[in-house]
Design a protein. Structure first.
Length: 296
């Protein structure tokens, strides 16, 4: 009996030590979201920009982010971990810690519904509501494998963040259209983006915004315009409907499929645009074909 009591006391002591001094979070929330990892990652970063005194950084890969929010005399650290359930649903685990009042939170939480808990639930709920609005603003349809044909094209080179891609493209529309029209260059297809580099850690991309054209011996030399051969390739394909600012949501759908099917891909997506965003209109009627090249 004495041995049992000693073991029980030891277990309780270890549990108390772990809870107050080792347990990394003060509070944890779990929620299921109707979106894949990449969409949640990008939506979370966009939502963070709407918050005062908040910052966010990606840890290791797109499934883990750390967010810092300053509230009064406290600094709250949110660790968001996104775990896929299906190709269109994910579990989000949010571990939250108050850097300034962690011990007092851990003492109070088992006995009452603290303001810290209420504030944390409110923040997570606000994000989920923002995410639910966002996922109604676009549609991604996976189409399978396709063969992209080669073409000659006139391009403008860009470097930007993912969420600025559409603005860069819109800036190039007047220039490239006027050059093509004033020089009699014959266009043979819709404009497209060829990604040349994608840094998934900091969301930066380099890309060529191009028009497929007929190659001739009399193409004019024009500053900031590059002529190049686009080499076709076998790719995974999706159809994206929505504002081109968030067409990268289709990139993550293609990456998820490639990972699920153990298909090696080159992280340099190509997008063909069938609408001019400068013309406005219902964005859900905009169409883009998105391709993720299959690595040889």
């Amino acid at each position: 009996m004495k041995k049992v009591i000693t073991i029980t006391i030891a277990i309780i002591s270890i549990a108390i030590l772990w809870y107050f001094f080792i347990k990394p979070q003060d509070y944890q929330i779990r929620v299921v979201a109707k979106a894949n990892t990449g969409t949640i990652n990008q939506a979370l970063k966009a939502w963070n920009k709407t918050l005062p005194r908040a910052s966010i950084r990606q840890i290791k890969d797109i499934s883990t982010l750390e967010q810092m929010m300053v509230s009064g005399d406290s600094t709250h650290i949110y660790k968001w971990v996104i775990k896929p359930i299906t190709d269109s649903t994910s579990q989000i685990v949010v571990d939250v810690k108050d850097q300034n009042h962690s011990l007092s939170n851990k003492i109070a939480i088992p006995f009452s519904d603290t303001n810290f808990e209420k504030q944390t639930r409110k923040k997570v709920t606000d994000f989920i509501e923002s995410l639910n609005v966002h996922i109604k603003e676009f549609k991604v349809t996976f189409m399978g494998e396709d063969e992209l044909p080669s073409t000659y094209c006139a391009c403008v080179e860009h470097k930007s963040l993912q969420n600025n891609k559409a603005f860069e493209m819109m800036d190039s529309y007047p220039f490239i259209n006027s050059v093509i029209a004033s020089n009699g260059i014959q266009v043979i297809g819709v404009p497209f983006i060829e990604t040349t580099d994608w840094n998934m850690q900091n969301d930066s991309i380099s890309f060529n915004f191009c028009y497929p054209i007929i190659k001739t011996d009399t193409l004019p030399t024009i500053k900031d315009l590059v002529y190049k051969e686009f080499i076709g390739m076998k790719s995974l394909k999706a159809i994206y409907n929505g504002n081109y600012m968030t067409s990268d949501r289709a990139w993550y759908t293609l990456l998820d499929y490639a990972e699920e099917k153990n298909i090696k891909v080159d992280h340099k997506p190509i997008e063909f645009f069938f609408n001019n965003p400068n013309m406005g209109g219902d964005a859900l009627r905009w169409k883009a074909e998105i391709f993720m090249p299959i690595a040889e």
